[in-house]
Ligand binder design. Structure first.
Ligand code: WT7
Length: 684
């Protein structure tokens, strides 16, 4: 079915009647206050949290204009707090220690655990003491490379409790990617796990982590400890694996955990070190502007950027967006399917929910194992009220029709969230109609690793939603659209999506490279934070984010830079030059279409294609594998100054002959040759 793009979907009564913000009028009033009087607005919110000391300096201070000096952003200067204390101790002191914080649902439906707030605090304190025992102190970086298990939440909160800085690397990254991030962060401790099942696939995390530590050693980073959760022996292996066929390899044994590599002195089992650790540990009072965590995101130069967030502002912002965007109420059960290795998991699996004293589902598995109704089975079982996932997952599940959804009782649902990329109206409608039974609010939340939390989003009890639009700015977010000259566009129009001033959750710097922070986000349009996305404002003031306008690709909701992929490809001796562009993909949103110009004496064949894909997997990770590889014998289209014109390659990739002006190319004849030998759909 196709969606009527003009349709507007009003919030259902069951949401409006209890909502924290239940009308557009109330939204506008609150929004006005947040812009006119940020100190009053956020100061009031701050009262619900524990601050050991109140702000001594300015409530908010910043500079967004490079011509006026260095870029900086400060909120709540001088205030002292601890986010772990606010996530756990505060609720336990209020008598909520026995409340469930997480229902853990394993890859296999048989594997389930429940953890209360008190359980988590006990383990967090133990792990914090273990880390202190290894010399970890305030400001030190701790790398985390783990599956979606409760120990991951425990690890990050333990790090935060003692004032150290966590750097979580998604468990789908390769050894090289993990090493690159650990070296940039100069992390001296790694927390990982032996392995994890993702569907029927066994991922040997420790092997990959060991590979990374080897690279770290070569680059003079001495990683003192690797703390390893023994996870595999406590979960159910997939049927196929139990028969001795893991990953399609019949020679794999059924006892998967007896073969992890081990380095005495460096490697310790999590379970062993936790046994004797003391279960109390005081929270270190941090300055609001002390670093809380860094999380790497792709940059257009190809080198990942360590996005740095600080304690106070991030705490207020992740908590407040969670409360309002999902309209969270005590007693609600909330389920976010994102991996904690991405920002969505940081803000909306761990911090936002725990700061609100919420009960959530923590899910280890994948949407299609052991069947395509897995999400909905969990929703029914845990009586989930608020559900948050990505358009790529929705599209993947849509393919199986309505049946796997209709099998389950989903009447508990009232708010469905979407994040990661623009959601196409068809997917929006399916989510609304089939999953939500046309009786839910859909919140299409636009934000970035850099923004810390939602910046443009509907509010479930207030905003009439338009499928495909992220609607209106969140409290404190001052949106503008700029034209190519940097002039503000008022009313209807399309341009660069920027923000005029900081909200509490915005990143503070790129770790170890403040200049890169300034150039990436503030140089193009002085006085504004530039998102790198384009957007359109319609006649009703709704914002429609149209996607990236730089050399970035959004594959399944995750950003990759063309440079990152190209540099992986040219590492192969057969490749002289490479260019990567995005091609629309029915499930992933965008996928990679790569052009390779081979070096003398090499011939393109399936073996080489497999090697090149392998190279990308090795350098970045499996999720970045190109779907299409086109070899060229005539070179790549370049300007006379030698710049590859990716604009033209994007057209070739989708089979569009409207190239526009190609007269500036050094050799325009290349374009036709590339077009003739382009890969047609389905021939990847
Ligand atoms: C980029 C940020 C924020 C968590 C997930 C991705 C795109 C994200 C939306 C949305 C349109 C969206 C943007 C953005 N994006 N959400 N609701 N509508 N586009 O985090 O990896 O930092 O990527 O994802 O292009 O800039 P990220």
């Amino acid at each position: 079915m196709s969606a009527d793009s003009k349709a507007v979907y009003s919030p259902p009564n069951k949401v409006v009647s209890i909502s924290h913000c239940s009308s557009m009028e109330q939204y506008r009033r609150m929004y006005e206050k947040s812009i006119q009087d940020p100190e009053g607005f956020w100061g009031e919110i701050a009262k619900s949290f524990h601050f050991e000391q109140e702000t001594t300096g300015k409530f908010c201070d910043y500079n967004f204009d490079p011509s006026k000096g260095r870029i900086f952003i400060k909120w709540l200067e001088g205030a002292k707090t601890n986010i772990c204390y606010n996530c756990l101790d505060r609720h336990i002191e209020a008598g909520k220690g026995d409340q469930i914080a997480f229902y853990w649902e394993g890859n296999d439906p048989a594997d389930r655990r429940q953890l209360t707030y008190a359980d988590i605090l006990r383990d967090v304190c133990k792990m914090a003491n273990v880390l202190k025992g290894y010399g970890v102190a305030k400001g030190h970086r701790v790398a985390i490379y783990m599956p979606m298990i409760p120990e991951l939440v425990v690890a990050m909160l333990a790090v935060a409790r003692i004032g150290a800085v966590h750097s979580i690397v998604f468990g789908g990254y390769s050894s090289e990617s993990l090493a690159e991030r650990m070296i940039d962060a100069q992390a001296s401790i790694l927390i990982t796990s032996d392995a994890v099942w993702r569907g029927t696939k066994l991922v040997h995390l420790k092997d990959i982590a060991d590979g990374a530590l080897e690279i770290c050693k070569q680059k003079d980073l001495d990683v003192k400890k690797s703390i390893v959760v023994k996870h595999l022996c406590r979960v159910t292996a997939p049927q196929s694996a139990a028969n001795g066929v893991a990953n399609g390899n019949p020679s794999k044994k059924t006892h998967f955990d007896d073969k992890v590599g081990w380095k005495e002195g460096r490697d310790v089992w999590w379970e062993d070190v936790m046994k004797d650790a003391k279960s109390d540990c005081h929270a270190v009072w941090m300055d609001a502007e002390d670093p809380l965590f860094m999380l790497y995101t792709s940059g257009s130069t190809g080198k990942p950027k360590g996005v740095l967030h600080t304690v106070g502002g991030y705490m207020l912002y992740s908590a407040t967006t969670f409360k309002y965007s999902f309209d969270y109420h005590p007693g609600d059960i909330y389920f976010c399917t994102a991996d904690i290795g991405w920002i969505t998991g940081h803000s909306y699996v761990t911090y936002g929910p725990l700061l609100n004293g919420a009960t959530s589902v923590l899910f280890e598995g994948v949407p299609t194992y052991p069947h395509t109704g897995r999400f909905w089975e969990i929703v029914e079982m845990c009586k989930v009220n608020k559900f948050y996932t990505a358009p790529t997952a929705i599209r993947a599940l849509m393919k199986f029709g309505d049946e796997p959804v209709k099998k389950y009782n989903l009447s508990s649902l009232s708010v469905l969230g979407s994040v990661g990329e623009p959601i196409n109206p068809e997917a929006w409608m399916w989510y609304y109609r089939v999953v939500g039974n046309s009786d839910v609010s859909i919140v299409d939340t636009f934000w970035q690793t850099e923004t810390g939390g939602h910046v443009i989003t509907p509010l479930p009890g207030a905003t009439p939603a338009k499928p495909g639009s992220a609607c209106y700015p969140f409290f404190g977010v001052d949106v503008a659209l700029l034209d190519e000259e940097g002039k503000e566009i008022s009313g209807e129009g399309e341009g660069y999506l920027v923000f005029r001033r900081p909200w509490p959750g915005i990143m503070r710097t790129v770790y170890g490279n403040h200049e890169r922070f300034e150039t990436t986000y503030f140089k193009k349009f002085p006085g504004y934070y530039c998102t790198g996305d384009g957007a359109r404002r319609d006649a009703d003031g709704y914002i429609w984010v149209t996607g990236r306008i730089d050399d970035m690709l959004n594959v399944s909701g995750h950003l990759l830079s063309t440079a990152q992929v190209e540099s992986a490809l040219v590492e192969h001796e057969a490749v002289a030059e490479a260019a990567a562009v995005a091609r629309p993909h029915h499930v992933k949103g965008e996928c990679l279409y790569c052009f390779v110009y081979l070096a003398e004496g090499f011939e393109f064949n399936p073996k080489l294609a497999a090697e090149l894909k392998g190279k990308v997997r090795e350098k970045i990770g499996p999720f970045a594998t190109p779907d299409y590889l086109q070899a060229t014998s005539v070179g790549l289209p370049k300007t006379r100054s030698g710049k590859i014109m990716r604009r033209i390659l994007r057209k070739v990739a989708v089979g569009d002959k409207e190239f526009g002006d190609i007269s500036t190319l050094a050799d325009p004849s290349i374009v036709d040759v590339l077009f003739q030998s382009r890969i047609l759909d389905g021939k990847a």
